[in-house]
Design a protein around this ligand. Structure first.
Ligand code: T4K
Length: 372
């Protein structure tokens, strides 16, 4: 087989705007010497993102994790939060670091989001919120989750780290539940180097989120809350503004690459791809593939790709409820689907500048193992 690339191929590669464009954006920062603490670019990015993401209320943060942690603090939650173990460390850590107790609900077998049908059985008198994840950009069953939350008077906070710019029936992904957190990390479809945002329904949260990301300061001589430093700086905001100009192209390229993966891998016995929801406008954030009864297992495919200098990732293995830091606190047998998918899933390389020939090479390596 012919190798089509020299440098290692990683699961993703940050999109970067033309260097001159970013440098040009830096000039006003040099002129004003205003580097952080909610400067002009911060405000401009906030306004542009509100439009792009079809979000009524939006606050920017230094990264997605701080956004989620401070959002939970702003909502003054207490007790148990029903969430998914099939996610990145951040989701659960944000719950725990707020003194809340995560209660893990299993995921469904089709798109790996929380199994909404199992949520009600986990509700107790201590439950205060549901915190599902739009994992890989697959939007959760927001209608069903909304019904459950209304019936039991619970808050709903979405970890929408992967769902930048997505829509459901044309409605922005950040419009569901009480609030959503988005990540703008370098590895994301849209990024501001590091960065994040919260979109939310209740305008009363505006001041609280702003204050909490600025140490809880409420005036020149008053500090009312135990806040943190969660502010996005001007260099991050400038990168966000540059990148936003290219989003349509970036998503279109990702779409074409995803379509090629799907064309080559769908219908292959033992390989499962996420079910597509026709109501969703996707951003093509990740390309997860599940190996279930295939000729080779997930780890063998991972190794075969690695031999070709291609580094897929086992997002999200292991499940959060089996991390060392949470050992013996949770029964992992209570979330069997998450356990199984975590052991079978591989996310394949996907980013705007990925060559189509590499997608073909990845598929060739996988399909070669069909009868391994
Ligand atoms: N909730 C969910 C569901 C999340 O997935 C995340 C983050 C969060 C919350 C928290 O949001 P943030 O606080 O991060 O905004 C990466 C990202 O660091 C992390 O943002 C992301 N999820 C997670 C799924 O992936 P790692 O540890 O896998 O990253 P790393 O350094 O191995 O990078 C992966 C690949 O990306 C590299 O092999 C090459 C490429 N890369 C990486 C960096 C850092 C670049 O091309 N450029 C870069 O600058 O966590």
């Amino acid at each position: 087989m012919i190798k089509t690339h020299d440098a290692p191929i990683m699961v993703t590669r940050s999109f970067l705007p033309p260097l001159e464009e970013y440098v040009e954006m830096l000039r006003p920062i040099w002129n004003s010497a205003w580097l952080t603490n909610m400067g002009d670019y911060h405000e401009e990015l906030k306004q542009q993102l509100k439009t792009y993401m079809k979000a009524e209320n939006l606050e920017l943060f230094v990264n997605g994790h701080m956004a989620l942690e401070l959002l939970l603090q702003a909502m003054e939650l207490e007790g148990e939060v029903i969430t998914t173990p099939f996610t990145f460390a951040s989701t659960t850590h944000a719950i725990v670091r707020n003194g809340l107790t995560p209660v893990f609900c299993d995921i469904n077998d089709k798109d790996y989001t929380i199994d909404a049908e199992q949520i009600e059985s986990l509700i107790t008198e201590r439950t205060c919120a549901i915190l599902p994840v739009h994992v890989y950009g697959n939007l959760c069953d927001v209608d069903r989750i909304d019904d459950i939350a209304k019936k039991h008077n619970l808050k709903v906070i979405y970890d929408a780290a992967h769902a930048f710019g997505e829509t459901l029936d044309g409605v922005g992904a950040g419009s569901f539940g009480d609030a959503s957190m988005f990540s703008f990390h370098a590895t994301k479809v849209f990024h501001s180097i590091e960065g994040g945002a919260v979109t939310y329904r209740d305008p009363a949260l505006t001041d609280r989120l702003y204050q909490l990301k600025n140490f809880g300061i409420t005036g020149y001589e008053s500090v009312e809350y135990v806040g943190a430093n969660g502010k996005m700086n001007e260099f991050q905001a400038a990168m966000g503004l540059c990148n936003l100009r290219y989003m349509e192209q970036v998503i279109e390229k990702r779409k074409k690459l995803t379509e090629r993966y799907r064309e080559r891998l769908s219908g292959v016995p033992g390989i499962r791809l996420c079910e597509e929801n026709l109501r969703v406008g996707y951003n093509y954030a990740y390309m997860p593939v599940v190996f279930d009864g295939y000729g080779a297992d997930r780890d063998q495919i991972f190794d075969a790709l690695k031999e070709r200098n291609i580094f897929a990732r086992k997002y999200f293995y292991p499940c959060v409820n089996s991390y060392q830091c949470y050992r013996d606190q949770f029964d992992i047998n209570a979330t069997p689907v998450a356990e199984r998918i975590a052991s079978q899933v591989l996310t394949l390389p996907l980013y705007a500048d990925l060559e189509m020939s590499v997608v073909d090479e990845v598929c060739d390596v996988i399909l070669d193992r069909r009868n391994a």
